[in-house]
Design a protein around this ligand. Sequence first.
Ligand code: X90
Length: 273
Amino acid sequence: MRIVSDSSSNLLSFEGIDYTTVPLKIISGSKEYVDNAQLDVEKMVNEMSVSKEKFSTSCPNAYDWGKAFEGEDEIFAITITSKLSGSFAAASAAAESTVEENSEKNIYVIDSLSTGPEMQLIIEKLKELKEKGLPFKEIKEKIKAYMEKTNLIFSLQSLTNLAKNGRVSPAVAKIAGVLGIRIVGKAEEGTLKPLHKCRGEKKTLETLKETMLNLGFKGGKVRISHCLNPESANELRENILKIFPKTDIKINICTALCSFYAEKGGLLVGFEV
Ligand code: X90
C-alpha cells in the first residue's frame, strides 16, 4: 500500500511507509517555487516579501498524480480541499485513467476538505490502519469515519495572498489587514470560516485553545504547522498541555504552499475530537 499526498500536507516525507508527495507550486512571471524537500521555505517567504511581482499557485496536474501512482496496486491519495484547489480533480482524473489501464489497481482519492496538519492526521491514521494489516476496503471505511473526528483551525496575521488569489472575499481579508489583528477561524465544508478577530499574539493563542475546546477537543492528537512562528506553536503546545498533560502534540513547519497562504506568523492546528 502506498500513500500519496499533495504537498499541502506539509509532510514531505514519512518514515516507515511507502509514502510520496506531489508538489504544488508558487509562481510569478519570473520565478517558480516547487513545494518539495529541496526548497528553502524561509528564503522563499523573505524573497516574496520584498518582491513587487504577483504570485499565484498551481496544483499538481493529472500527469503528476499519475506518475506517483505507478508501480503499486493499492493507493490512498489525499488532497487539499477541492473547494479551493484543482488538486482533487486532477488526482481523481489520474486515478480513473490509471485504473482503466490496469484493473488490478485500487486507488482511493480522499478530498481532505482541509489542508496541512489535518491532512497529516489522516495520513498518520492511514499508516496505522495499514500496519494493522487491514484490507483496502476496510481502511477506506475506517478513514472516512476518522475524518468525521478531525478538525482544522488556524490563526492568520494576513489574508493578503488568499484574497489576491480569490480564496477568501476581500471583505474578510480587510479585517486581517489591520495592524496587530489576527483572524482565528476553522475549515468548514472545505473553505475558510473566520470565527474571531484577536488583538495580539497572547489573545490569539488563548482563542485558538478555546476554539479547540468549543469544537470538542478532549486531549486527542494535535498537529501544529507554523509559518516562521515556532514561538507561538510552542506556546500553544504548552497551553494545551496545561489542560491535557498527556496530549500527543507535534509541531512542524509549513512548507511552500501553506506558507504562501498562511503567511508569516500563521498557525494551522489539526486535532482529533
Ligand atoms: O490549487 C492551488 O493553486 C492551491 C490553492 C490553495 C488555496 C488555499 C490554501 C490554504 C492554506 C490557509 C489557512 C487554512 C485554511 C483552511 C481551509 C480549508 C492555508
